[in-house]
Ligand binder design. Structure first.
Ligand code: GDP
Ligand code: IMO
Ligand code: MG
Length: 423
């Protein structure tokens, strides 16, 4: 019986999908605990590249069961497309993908509300993926939401209509000119609901706890990153769920004392997509090189990701909030070619040097203090063992481990499953 967590420690897109796929063979069950189709988790193996949105990243493995937990929000329309995208792989998805009845549904009007809210904010917009995430979680906590289990109830359509009508009234309050054809969106939605109904709905907290009792092992897959957490992220420029370790307990119904390892994933540098503060963002050549070499374009929206140096102040904070027991460093290969690397080890904050993440990290309050390190030029992408890595990269890894006080156990040197070095 094991429950391990795997989550992102920065602003998302750290490479969670790749690592879940790499680890799946060690687990019986892979369970997504929060977020929804705002996530884009990329997997690459055997020359295939695939991006998953709501479906857990263990789906390509023969024996693992994949669970979409109660903490996830599901857009049936996106989900249907996701299933269609997997058809070519000829997998028996229905036998290995179960959905929590308590997961909330994203309605077409949630997406419209997201668009209206963002448009009304002008320059202060969050930079949302516009997938309806915020409005759906608002209905969840406001106790108005519709859940997967409601599809099985006789009054599902009435409940849908009442909520959609309320949303339409809300949309009209926004002073924005939103063009939409709701009947068309609804037709698409109800067709997708029929597809969703072909999958197995479960009481997932019961299912998972019974699985633990008979000795099964579970890997909980996080979405987004710790700095996008609704409580601990750079609010209000965050997502609407708890992306940190506690979110796995509430998002799956697994008690905290059942959790063993917390694997924290971070990029060897930092990226962020959407608005919000980013102290180590690099507006010069280095940021452009990271974006280009790292192919830093959003897997969901295609937006260019903002890039900058590794921020150990923020990383230390994320490690603390999550209780990380092992670190996975991703995309080390992208840093090959720099003569000098910068690592942020402290902030200048209101005239003082601090090493913790303060309440507000907007540029007017925070200036990063960097330590410079020697870079490396070797191409890492074909390396398969720790001993092969250049001395400068080993020094970079040692430095991070000393600062963060948690071991780096895996170094990823390329997008493929095989480009993964265990230290
Ligand atoms: P996720 O949301 O955390 O699953 O990450 P994404 O899939 O959105 O973004 C990570 C991107 O980096 C994807 O395009 C991956 O294929 C790619 N990737 C993952 N690990 C590595 C790595 O070690 N090196 C390189 N160059 N790319 C990687
Ligand atoms: P994965 O799981 C990176 C960002 C958006 C925006 C903010 C709020 O692939 O790492 P939302 O749509 O949730 O209302 O957007 O959060 N964001 C992500 N950034 N990776 C993600 O997921 C993200 N999911 C949301 O860009 O700034
Ligand atoms: Mg992503």
């Amino acid at each position: 019986m094991t429950v391990d967590l795997l989550l992102g420690l920065q602003w998302g897109d750290e490479g969670k999908g790749k690592i879940v796929d790499v680890l799946t063979s060690k687990y019986d069950i892979i369970a997504r605990f929060q977020g929804g189709p705002n996530a884009g988790h990329t997997l690459e193996f055997d020359g295939i590249k695939h991006v998953l949105r709501t479906i857990p990243s263990g789906i390509f493995h023969k024996n693992a069961l994949n669970i979409i937990g109660n903490g996830v929000v599901i857009d049936p329309v996106v989900f249907q497309k996701e299933l269609e995208g997997l058809e070519k792989f000829n997998m028996d998805i229905k036998s290995k993908l179960f959905i929590s009845r308590k997961a909330h549904l994203i309605l077409p009007t949630h997406r419209l509300l997201d668009a209206a809210s963002e448009a009304s904010k002008g320059k202060a917009k969050i930079g949302s993926t516009l997938k309806g995430i915020g409005p759906t979680y608002m209905d969840k906590t406001g106790r108005n939401g519709i859940r997967v289990g409601d599809i099985e109830m006789t009054n599902f359509k009435e409940r849908y209509r009442a909520l959609a009508d309320k949303h339409e009234a809300m949309i009209s309050f926004y002073d924005v000119n939103l063009q939409y054809n709701l009947p068309e969106l609804e037709e698409e939605f109800f067709t997708a609901i029929e597809v969703l109904k072909t999958l197995t709905f479960i009481d997932s907290e019961e299912f998972l706890n019974q699985a633990l009792k008979v000795g099964k092992s579970i890997l909980c897959e996080g979405a987004q990153g710790s700095l996008l957490d609704i409580d601990f992220g750079t609010y209000p420029f965050v997502t609407s769920s708890n992306t940190t370790a506690a979110g796995a307990c509430t998002g799956l119904g697994i008690a905290p004392n059942k959790v063993k390892n917390v694997f924290g994933i971070f990029k060897a540098y930092t990226t962020r997509v959407g608005s919000g503060p980013f102290p180590t963002e690099d507006f010069e050549e280095a940021g452009d090189i990271m974006a280009k070499v790292g192919n830093e374009f959003g897997s969901v929206t295609g937006r260019k990701r903002r890039c900058g140096w590794l921020d150990l102040v923020a990383l230390k904070y994320a490690v603390q909030v999550n209780g990380v027991t092992g670190l996975y460093m991703m995309k080390g290969d992208v840093l090959s070619g720099f003569d000098t690397l910068k690592v942020c080890t402290a902030y200048q904050y209101k005239g003082q040097k601090i090493t913790h993440l303060p309440y507000n990290i907007e540029p007017e309050n925070v200036e990063p203090i960097y330590t410079e390190m020697k870079g490396w030029h070797a191409d890492l992408t074909g390396m398969t063992s720790y001993t092969e890595l250049p001395a400068e990269l080993k020094a970079y890894i040692d430095f991070i481990e000393k600062e963060i006080e948690v071991p780096i156990t895996v170094i990823s040197v390329g997008p493929d499953r095989k480009q993964t070095i265990i230290k």
